[in-house]
Write a protein that binds this ligand. Sequence first.
Ligand code: C2O
Ligand code: CU
Ligand code: CU
Length: 519
Amino acid sequence: MNYSKSIKNGLLSLAVILTLLVALVVYLAYIRTMNAGLTFTNPLHIPPILEPTLEGDTKVFELEIANGTHQFFAGQDAATQGYNGTYLGPTIKVKTGDNVRFNIVNTLDEVTTVHWHGMHVPPEMDGTPHQPIMPGATWHPHYEIKNEASTMWYHPHTHGGTARQSYFGLAGLYIIEDENSASLDIPQTYGVDDIPVILQDRLFDDSGDLVYGNGGNAFLGDTILINGTHNPYVTVDGKLIRFRILNASNARIYRLAFSDGREFHQIATDGGLLEAPVALDMVKLAPGERAEIVVDLSDDTDVTLVSLPDPSVLSMFENAFENESGRFDLLKIAVTPTETVSAALPAVLNVIERWDEADAARVRPMQLAGPITDGSDRVIVGQGRQIPINGKLMDMARVDAVVTLGDIEVWEVTNAGGVPHPFHVHDIQFLVLDRDGTPPPLNERGWKDTTLVNAGETVRIIAKYTDFANENVPYMFHCHIMEHEDNGMMGQFTVVAPDSDLVGSDGYMLDLDMHAMEH
Ligand code: C2O
Ligand code: CU
Ligand code: CU
């Protein structure tokens, strides 16, 4: 062995490592500067509530999907897409038990869909890739609101195009109230003490135009928008204030906290109110997830909603992914002093009936990431962007899982990859049984439709599949990092009647041509 050569090699690889480290530090410093030190000069946009018309007892909502021109920065035009406007969409607000119908016009020159994220609706109303709205066409989904009080949202689910269409502005909030939520002594005046917070990170060019497609397989932007507003502040009274927070980012995970570290209470998860308020000083939110929090501002002191760094320095990969660059500002909360003294939240918010694991009809493994084993020729060699679930990439014709109507199932979701993946299931709300065998923290013990599965972790979830069976139209399960979803990290399940011939036939193929004719 040549001694001097190996020293030379050693020095060379040291140089490579140093170069990479410098690049990383420069990158982190770059990201750090972008959203830090905001001046909070723009009033937070509050998406308007969409007023329905009544047809009999049905609430009818009109949505128009259109290209737009929006100014995120004064005097600078950006090309966008929106629902009934140039960016994002109105807030839909309904009550449990309402019957709703939508007339959704697609004026884009591309196909899109509208999915009701979190909601328990029939699969043919779910707005997945199986319900495309062609350019110029109108879709008329209708259903009963079966979910309890919660913060849901709507967004495109276009085959291979969800990330891009969401990025340019297609997303909106969908708030459900019920008798329980209305009876509670909690802030519930929309836009006043019940503030919507839609988190999105974006990238802009010098002319103020949105830039998408930064080459990665999970988009991270350096500029944060809240409800489409850059550099935002919101004025509220010095009392209990509720924030309904939706992470509508394509890939960014936030660690939400207040600038002075003050305690707050989480009162709701994705699909409903928690049983009791949970005191926290930080809540982590992955793409697709929602958290409703209440903070006491009766001390009449301004605070800023911020995102904190990940303290686990060990997981370098996860940190970079999450933009581990230190803290960055999100939203200034300007408090108008009031006479109000600190008030307490109700001790009980909700009743959650938990299923017994022993009643589950089956335990279904769901392996996120890991090798692709289905021999798929759809893998783009050299790009390596495709990420499988159970070794397979999304196939519109393949039904990966067949669930029997009325069954309770435990899904054992394992992350075999190196980065966290937020796992989302359509149709149902689930409960998290455990993370690597440990019961979830208190603020995860409520209804969820999306849960973050960390690298190497196994999260077990339980749900009951009720009401809607259709052998021909599947629901989706997928990673909610939208680029992952678009790049194969999605599967399909149908719910079938107990007497169906298809019970137990995971992997059966749909006749998509026949299917297309139904639309
Ligand atoms: Cu929010 Cu299948 O999506
Ligand atoms: Cu969904
Ligand atoms: Cu993912």
